[in-house]
Design a protein around this ligand. Structure first.
Ligand SMILES: Cc1cc2nc3c(=O)[nH]c(=O)nc-3n(C[C@H](O)[C@H](O)[C@H](O)COP(=O)(O)O)c2cc1C
Length: 364
């Protein structure tokens, strides 16, 4: 059982999709950090359901900051954040309690918890729990910004539509969140929107790929061997539901390259050691090397689709047909963008706090 992530900076999630609330408790945040509900809300709004081309669930997702800050600054204690579940309709799940959705966690949860699992909307396996990751990530992101570290995240593939060219950092920063599908390539963004509209009309879903870049990281973040930068980021990112793949830098393409092409040669620019290329994705030996940390996350198609699919009635052990009704994202990658950003922020903050690269008190 592990609902918490991080060692010295730790975010613990709580709640269920159709319970009273979801939220997070963050421990290890330096005291003195300026923090208001508005800071957390700003990040949560990027993930909120009910926006264009996402689940029809209408949630305001208004955060309440219950502990850990006084007079607009963190006090060094646990920070508790909570969002109420407002638009809950469990009727479909009550009816289909014993018929697991193919591709979702209903079956494995039923077996593991011997039927005591919260079957309403996937319980704590629901993507709704990722609101807590975004809340914890909002704090981590604020801490990282005091060190000049920036995280840029955007969608680079939805179904068969891929962003072909390397998009500049400034473009990702400016356009990712103004695109309804969080894609910084305006042309591809339009095609992706059309694809999602088509899929919604066909009661189907698709997968996607999210790219994350972390800029201005100092050299040497990561704790070999088992808490290397790649290990920790992968652990955190694979904890996000529906993630099925991750690759750093040139990833799988490196396996088909020669050393002469794959090695990132060193150079000096404005007195700093950099590399001419970034095939390694900013990591050498599990430690950051001063280049942007770059990785891509593969997200599977939403499993809950409005088409008839075969399942099994767990009471009778007879095969049964199931058609999921209602409110699901046609592509999870769109709303997972701020989640990937939040999880990455938590991982890096934890490693930096451990390495004492972040002071225990921030601010004057
Ligand atoms: C932001 C976000 C939103 C999600 N929304 C849905 C959804 O609307 N419907 C659904 O079936 N799955 C959704 N998921 C994915 C499921 O939670 C996930 O597929 C399920 O828990 C099984 O886990 P697995 O896919 O990692 O095996 C979402 C995931 C995330 C990260």
């Amino acid at each position: 059982m592990s609902f918490g992530f991080g060692r010295d900076f730790r975010a613990t999630l709580f709640g269920e999709s159709h319970g009273k609330a979801v939220g997070a408790v963050v421990e290890g945040c330096p005291a003195g950090l300026q923090l208001t509900e508005g800071d957390i809300q700003q990040e949560l709004d990027k993930r909120r359901p009910g926006q264009v081309l996402t689940t029809g669930r209408r949630e305001r997702d208004l955060v309440r900051l219950l502990s850990g800050a006084v007079n607009g600054r963190t006090d060094g204690g646990p920070i508790t954040m909570l969002v109420a579940n407002e638009d809950v309709d469990s009727s479909w799940y009550e009816k289909h309690r014993y018929i697991p959705r193919p591709g979702h966690a209903d079956y494995t949860a039923f077996i593991k918890y011997r039927g005591f699992n919260d079957y309403r909307g996937g319980g704590f396996f629901s993507g709704r729990l990722t609101a807590g990751i975004v809340m914890g990530g909002a704090i981590a992101k604020k801490i990282l910004s005091t060190q000049g570290i920036k995280i840029l995240t955007h969608v680079v593939q939805i179904g068969g539509i891929k962003v072909g060219t390397q998009i500049k950092d400034e473009q990702v920063e400016e356009f990712a969140y103004s695109s309804p599908v969080r894609c910084a390539d305006k042309g591809k963004s339009g095609l992706m929107v059309a694809e999602l509209e088509r899929l919604a009309a066909e009661h189907d879903s698709t997968g996607g790929v999210i790219e994350c870049r972390v800029l201005n990281l100092p050299v040497g973040i990561g704790e070999p061997i088992f808490d290397s930068m790649e290990s920790l980021i992968s652990h955190g990112i694979f904890s996000i539901p529906a993630v099925k793949a991750i690759e750093f830098g040139s990833g799988f393409r490196l396996s088909g390259m020669r050393g002469s092409g794959a090695n990132d040669e060193f150079c000096v620019k404005e007195g700093k050691i950099l590399t001419k290329t970034n095939n390694s994705g900013g990591i050498l030996g599990g430690l950051t090397n001063g280049m942007p940390l770059v990785f891509r996350v593969g997200i599977k198609p939403t499993s809950s689709i409005g088409r008839p699919q075969q399942s099994v009635d767990l009471r009778t052990m007879k095969e049964a047909e199931l058609r999921v009704e209602g409110r699901h994202d046609p592509c999870i990658a769109v709303r997972a963008v701020p989640v990937v950003e939040g999880m990455t922020s938590i991982c890096i903050t934890d490693l930096m706090v451990r390495a004492q690269m972040i002071p225990r008190t921030i601010g004057d």
